[in-house]
Design a protein around this ligand. Structure first.
Ligand code: CMP
Length: 140
């Protein structure tokens, strides 16, 4: 399997509960390497742009407000099949449906406050990484 990069966000519900280290340990235990990472407060415009695919959904406003409510940690993860692997490690979007041992089953509070985001395709991974990192910030 090819080595890939995926984009990850540790969301406000995770940073507020001081779970950065606990979640990073789950990421690394799964064999993914954190090759870039920064803690930032994203702007409303950045959140709206990042989630623009969900613009028409009823939860869009709530999602944007949540993502700007506290700092987030944005990351680039690298590894074999990193995109699918991280989605496995995160678990289902709705934590009540997530498998045991996944980040969302272990830590998420609700479908909205679900602790982590991960890219869903190679195309979106490239777009999402470029929204937050320049090439020389990613050290593999
Ligand atoms: P994420 O993987 O970041 O991508 C889109 C996000 O929208 C998703 O995680 C959830 O946090 C959020 N989301 C999806 N469905 C709902 C919902 N019904 N109510 C609130 N937020 C939602």
């Amino acid at each position: 399997m090819a080595v890939e990069r995926t984009f990850s966000i540790l969301k406000p519900d995770a940073t507020e509960r001081n779970l950065t280290g606990a979640i990073n340990a789950m990421i690394e235990k799964a064999g993914l390497r954190i090759v870039a990472q920064k803690r930032v407060r994203i702007t409303k415009e950045q959140a709206e742009q990042f989630y623009s695919v969900h613009k028409a959904r009823p939860f869009f406003g709530e999602l944007v407000e949540f993502m700007i409510s506290a700092p987030v940690v944005v990351q680039v993860l690298e590894g074999e099949g990193a995109i699918a692997k991280y989605r496995d490690v995160m678990g289902a979007t709705d934590p009540s449906k997530a498998a045991d041992g996944t980040i969302r089953k272990t830590h998420a509070k609700s479908i909205g406050e679900n602790s982590v985001h991960g890219s869903d395709s190679p195309e979106n991974a490239a777009i999402e990484i470029s929204q937050f990192f320049s090439g020389n910030e990613i050290v593999g």
